[in-house]
Design a protein around this ligand. Sequence first.
Ligand code: CMC
Length: 425
Amino acid sequence: MSDKSATLKAGDIEVELPILEGTEGQPVIDVRALGGKGYFTFDPGFMATGSCESSITFIDGAKGILLHRGFSIEDLARDSDYLEVCHMLLHGDQPTKEEYEEFSKTITRHTMVHEQLNMFFHGFRNDAHPMAMLCGTVGAMSSFYHSDLDVGDPEQRKRSAHRLIAKMPTLVAMCYKYNVGQPFVYPRNDLSYAGNFLNMMFSVPAEDYVISPAVERAMDRIFILHADHEQNASTSTVRLAGSSGANPYACIAAGVASLWGPAHGGANEACLNMLEEIGSVDRIPEFIERAKDKNDPFRLMGFGHRVYKNYDPRATVMRESCHEVLAELDVKNPLLEVAMELERIALSDPYFAEKKLFPNVDFYSGIVLSAIGIPTNMFTCIFALARTVGWISHWHEMMSQPGQKIGRPRQLYTGHSKRDYTPVK
Ligand code: CMC
């Protein structure tokens, strides 16, 4: 930390506010001393507010840096695998070989969901959006572990985290199978995390599903690239829900709900829908003009980011994967042509340059997922599956820090002042 401070003068008060410094990133003015002095701060959308102290993930949006426990996302995407990244995020560091094997075994042993959970799906319409089913069924998991929900017990927290990481692929695949009217496929312990997920998605009792190593690797990479992203909307939602002492399954269900929106995790689905709507390269200028028109609510989905104002390092890796997978699978997807031309035009347009709007990870991940054969409405579920480790790691970190307070922001009230009430009757 530092011995610097800032002085805030407001009316007749003057408050000395400490300036805190982390290991990386901008210094932070600690405004807590303002409490009880007759003022509080106003920052809708948290444009200049740090909500917590965390040692999990660091982002430098100006330089396009993303680190998990200090390791760069480029190195992780190239040389590690999703379970290793999960171990780092949740348990604080890279696992040893033995720890890695033990962790993989633990996750694999928890992949089945209680048979009774199948019944929940039958309450949904067949055409229910998979995110609607996922919100409900993740929350419902809390009903299966009554005796293991003491959030103050680190061992119980760890078991919940392992269960959630292990069972999310099973639930997500069940959402898909329910949509397409095929039987649920049980998890298989002999497959990798990504391979098992693909098998639960695409195998049917009538024939074996052969997992392509390129597809398995691309799936694992998508999981790595979405594993965590510090205090984004859904992670902050999980923390806020958890700050009241709510159980982890309920908190993750809250995260799933927050992720669903098109400005966040729903962007990959919205991006592919947009590419389909554009349809051909000659229609791109029309959509670029709409994105620039202040009177048109249309935005280029898959472009822009609250934190990355240079480029999204995840997008660079995903772009590479995108080309690899399309070449490997020999997919001739006309949408890719639209996507590449849209990327080229947007990157050379001064409007996007001035506003620092670059393609984000979701611009490319949608194309890869669609090449793998995953339907568009499943994209956000896959993001949720991958982000579960980030959510639960942040929840676990928060619950481990002493002196945690319930998250309770204030407001700038602009309603009526006190007035007289006359009964209607
Ligand atoms: N297309 C056209 N204009 C845009 C776009 C876009 N995609 N994104 C931002 N702008 C403009 C916006 O109109 C505004 O212009 P002005 O200053 O003239 O009013 C300016 O850029 C700043 O936009 P903002 O909404 O204030 O920026 P923000 O930091 O609050 O929003 C964002 C970030 C990601 C919500 C936004 O860029 C967006 O809606 N992008 C499209 C959705 C998307 O791809 N989301 C996925 C994010 S990456 C995955 C994840 O982490 O969830």
